[in-house]
Design a protein around this ligand. Structure first.
Ligand code: NDP
Length: 223
C-alpha cells in the first residue's frame, strides 16, 4: 500500500526534495509551506498543500484539525533557520527568538498534534537536526544560537518518545547539503542527502526511538 507521508517545511531545499522523492516512490504526500510560492511548489509535485508557519503558534495550532483522521507512516519536521554569530557577542533577542521559535518551539508544538497520527500507523517521525547540534563533537561557537537550537531539538525528540511508544521518533542530521542554507560548497547534493535519509528511515526499529542519526544511518554514540 502507498505510504502516507507528511513533510513540514517543504517549500524548497531538503523539504521540497523529500516531497519529490516520496512522490516519485508513489507515496501520498501532505506538505506544508508558509508562502504561496511554497504551496505552489509542493502542489506541482502532486503533494497535498497545507499552509503552516511553524514560527507562528496560531498557525501551527491548526495542524491537528487539518490532519484529522490521518494515519502517517512517515512524518518529517524539516523547517529550520540559521544564525551566524558566535559566543564573543550575545545574541539579540529577535535573532534568538527567530531561531528558537522555528527550530524548537515549532517542533514542540507539532509533536503532540502529529505524533498520535504517526502512532496510528506505527510509523516514523524524523526531525531534521544538524551535526552542529552534536555537543560531543562541537569544534567552535560558530553559529551558537543555531547549535543551541538543534541540541534542544534533539532533547525534545529524546524526551517525547516516552509519550508516543508506538511511533519511532528520531533526530536526523542531513549532512552538509547544497541548499540555500548549506551553500554551493557543500559536499552532498540535496538528492543524495534525501535518498540516504529515506533509506535510513526504512531501517529504523522501535528500539531506535529517541536517538540521533547521521543521514546515512550511523548513530551518534555520544550527544
Ligand atoms: P533552506 O534554507 O533551503 O530551507 C529552509 C526551509 O525551512 C524552507 O522550506 C523554509 O520555508 C522553511 N522554513 C523556515 N522557517 C519556516 C517557518 N517559520 N515556517 C515554515 N517553514 C519554514 O534549508 P535546508 O533545506 O538546507 O534546511 C532544511 C533543514 O535541514 C533545516 O532544519 C536545517 O537546519 C537542516 N540542516 C541543513 C543543512 C544543510 O547543509 N543544508 C545541514 C544541517 C541541517 P520558506 O521558503 O518559507 O522560507
Amino acid at each position: 500500500m502507498a505510504l502516507n507521508v507528511l513533510v513540514i517545511g517543504a517549500s524548497r531545499g531538503i523539504g521540497l526534495e523529500l516531497v519529490r522523492q516520496y512522490r516519485e516512490a508513489s507515496a501520498r504526500v501532505i506538505a506544508t509551506a508558509r508562502s504561496d510560492a511554497g504551496l505552489a511548489a509542493v502542489q506541482a509535485l502532486g503533494a497535498i498543500p497545507l499552509r503552516v508557519d511553524v514560527a507562528n503558534p496560531a498557525s501551527v495550532s491548526g495542524l491537528a484539525w487539518q490532519l484529522d483522521g490521518e494515519k502517517l507512516d512517515v512524518a518529517l519536521y524539516v523547517a529550520g533557520v540559521m544564525s551566524r554569530g558566535d559566543a564573543r557577542m550575545p545574541p539579540t533577542q529577535p535573532d534568538f527568538d527567530r531561531v528558537m521559535h522555528t527550530n524548537v518551539l515549532g517542533a514542540m508544538q507539532v509533536i503532540p498534534q502529529v505524533a498520535p497520527l504517526v502512532e496510528e500507523a506505527q510509523g516514523r517521525f524524523a526531525f531534521i537536526s544538524s551535526d552542529m547540534g552534536h555537543i560531543a563533537g562541537v569544534p567552535s561557537s560558530y553559529s551558537w544560537v543555531y547549535r543551541v537550537s538543534k541540541s534542544a531539538l534533539n532533547m525534545a525528540v529524546a524526551a517525547a518518545r516516552f509519550d508516543y511508544p508506538r511511533a519511532t521518533l528520531v533526530a536526523l542530521s542531513p549532512g552538509w547539503v547544497q541548499t540555500d542554507m548549506g551553500g554551493a560548497d557543500a559536499p552532498l547534493t540535496v538528492r543524495e542527502s534525501v535518498a540516504a535519509m529515506r533509506q535510513t528511515l526504512t531501517q529504523l526499529t522501535p528500539a531506535d526511538s529517541g536517538k540521533f542519526f547521521m543521514h546515512d544511518g550511523q548513530p551518534y554514540s555520544q550527544w
